[in-house]
Structures are given as structure tokens and as C-alpha cells.
Design a protein around this ligand. Structure first.
Ligand code: NAG
Ligand code: NAG
Ligand code: NAG
Ligand code: NAG
Length: 133
């Protein structure tokens, strides 16, 4: 009886650890393909689940069509980035690109570097820029 009890406690502790691993140090974003008209605005978001731990860095990366590898996006007149810490555990990252043109077509995702030098990225959003009206 006592042994079974200890066993289930161990099991619960393990379950908790796995759960925490899942919830911390990860990035949540939905996989999607978006069709956005030339000249309009693209808006994307992802959620960084950090469980309140400091020291993570990173942001949005972009892969141009027919190019290998992602490059970091930096804010500019057209590219706006912001973030919002919604709970103690998570921060939402937002990306807004104004006046979209064909050079913005490609793949976008959040790429986060954790303090232990592990990286994680959210699902990729593919953006097709369609001819404007
Ligand atoms: C969040 O926004 C603040 C203020 O604009 C900025 O200083 C910080 O670098 C941003 N953090 C991330 C992870 O984007
Ligand atoms: C934050 O994470 C902790 C530990 O995983 C959890 O107990 C708590 O409920 C979470 N809080 C929110 C607001 O999700
Ligand atoms: C698209 O935007 C980029 C970045 O601002 C700019 O360099 C390029 O000239 C634009 N292309 C067109 C066709 O407007
Ligand atoms: C999106 O654009 C790419 C490159 O132009 C094209 O290969 C692909 O078929 C497009 N996707 C859809 C669903 O039309």
C-alpha cells in the first residue's frame, strides 16, 4: 500500500516535470499560409512561454522566397515590432509590416534563444503577396 502510494507520487512528480518542460522554454504559433494584398498590412503574432524566467532573447526571422536560411527582421519605417507580457509565464510578440510588397513574400517565424543556449522556434507562417487592387 505504502509502496504504491510512493510510486504514484513519483509518477505525479514526473508528470509535472514533463508538463513544465512543455510550458516553459517554448514558442507557440500557428502554422498558416496567408494571402495579403500588395500595399496592405501584414500582422503576425507568437507567444513565448518562458515561465517568468529572464535571459531569453530573439524575435522575428524571415526567409525570402527561393533563399536558404532565415535572417532576423529589424524594425524600420515599414516593419513594426512590439511585445506584450500577458501572464507571468508568457510574452506575445507582434510583427506588423506596412505597405507590403513582393519582396515581403516568404516564410516568417519567431526564433527564441534561451539562456542555456537552446533555441526554439514557432510554427512558420507562409505569406503570399497577391496583386493589389
Ligand atoms: C519588447 O519591447 C520593448 C519595448 O519596445 C523592447 O525594449 C524589448 O526589446 C522587446 N522585447 C522583445 C523580446 O522583443
Ligand atoms: C505559470 O506557470 C506555473 C508553473 O508552470 C503555473 O503553476 C501557473 O499556473 C502558470 N500561470 C499562468 C497564468 O498560466
Ligand atoms: C519593397 O520594399 C522594399 C523594402 O522597403 C524596397 O526596398 C523595395 O524597393 C520595394 N519594392 C517595390 C517594388 O516597391
Ligand atoms: C504562394 O506563392 C508561392 C511562390 O510564388 C507559390 O509557389 C505558391 O504556390 C503560392 N501558394 C499558393 C497556395 O498559392
Amino acid at each position: 500500500m505504502k509502496r504504491a502510494y510512493r510510486c504514484s507520487l513519483t509518477f505525479l512528480a514526473l508528470l509535472c516535470m514533463i508538463k513544465v518542460c512543455e510550458l516553459c522554454s517554448s514558442v507557440k504559433a500557428s502554422r498558416a499560409t496567408k494571402f495579403v494584398a500588395e500595399g496592405s498590412r501584414l500582422q503576425l503574432s507568437c507567444e513565448v512561454l518562458h515561465c517568468g524566467l529572464p535571459g531569453w532573447t530573439g524575435g522575428w526571422v524571415f526567409q525570402e522566397l527561393d533563399r536558404a536560411g532565415f535572417t532576423s527582421l529589424t524594425p524600420s519605417k515599414r516593419i513594426e515590432m512590439s511585445n506584450y507580457t500577458s501572464t507571468a509565464n508568457g510574452t506575445h510578440l507582434f510583427l506588423r509590416i506596412h505597405n507590403l510588397n513582393q519582396t515581403d513574400a516568404g516564410a516568417y517565424k519567431c526564433l527564441i534563444y534561451w539562456p542555456d543556449s537552446v533555441t526554439s522556434s514557432g510554427h512558420v507562417t507562409y505569406v503570399n503577396v497577391t496583386a493589389g487592387a
